[in-house]
Design a protein around this ligand. Structure first.
Ligand code: HPA
Length: 235
């Protein structure tokens, strides 16, 4: 089985699909059953969960309990560099984590202490399949090599933080990927992360911080979700 974990806006796109629940030792997780895929809305179906309140361990354990082998994470982000400007999406290939969340399945509490390597965190095969899906759909530009910096949220960043993150090599900023990626890696699932940008990060546009219209965000989210479904249905 394959899965998608989606963020802001995915709940609106999926409303109407069948919602099921899986019980895990970390808590219950709702997911949409869609074309043979399990789709988790990480902020919950009513978008009520702040990034710091998401039950990340339950979500990833749910994927394991459902027998998921490959997962695509979809992340709404703010743009720090023009490698991924607002209105576009791309493949994340590395990340920085300033979230302060140090969740782990391998910290000696649930099982033996294990230090997990993060060098090959993202699965090249899924990335290649995704690129093929885009190519077949006639998408002209495939943006890859994106570096994501994770903040704790729910507040947005300050302009000084964004300048610092840019100097550290980040292209986009969001509040969830670092936490999710570490847990997925610990479980050894095939994982690909896609970011779609809905704003310039704090201080980078004239208004200070402004977002794409809801309609544009929804259109972008829908398009990306359908590319993800096509990609995973070939596996
Ligand atoms: N900062 C953090 N997370 C985000 C942003 C942002 O500017 N845009 C979308 N998610």
């Amino acid at each position: 089985m394959n899965a998608i974990i989606g963020g802001t806006g995915i709940d609106r796109i999926l409303s109407g699909s069948e919602l099921r629940t899986v019980k895990t030792k970390y808590g219950d997780v709702d997911y949409y059953a869609l074309d043979g895929l399990a789709v988790i809305a990480r902020h919950k179906a009513d978008h009520s969960l702040a990034p710091s309140r998401i039950n990340y361990k339950a979500n990833i354990q749910a994927l394991c309990d459902l027998g998921v082998e490959n997962v695509i994470g979809i992340y709404a982000v703010g743009s720090i560099t023009s490698r991924l400007s607002p209105g576009s999406f791309g493949i994340v290939e590395d990340f920085l984590d300033f979230s302060g969340r140090s969740l782990s399945f391998c910290d000696g509490v649930d099982g033996p202490l294990r230090h997990t390597g993060m060098v090959r965190c993202f699965d090249k095969r899924i990335m290649t399949d995704f690129a093929k899906t885009l190519y077949k759909a006639g998408e002209k530009e495939i943006r890859s090599g994106i570096v994501y910096v994770t903040t704790s949220g729910p507040r947005f960043e300050t302009p000084a933080e964004i300048r610092a993150f840019r100097n550290l090599g980040a292209d986009v900023v969001g509040m969830t990927l670092g936490t999710e990626a570490s847990l997925i890696r610990e479980k050894g699932l095939g994982y690909c992360a896609l970011a779609y940008s809905i704003n310039w990060a704090a201080g980078l546009d004239e208004e200070g911080l402004s977002f794409l219209e809801d309609e544009s965000v929804e259109r972008l989210g829908r398009k990306l979700l359908s590319f993800c479904i096509d990609t995973l249905s070939t596996r």
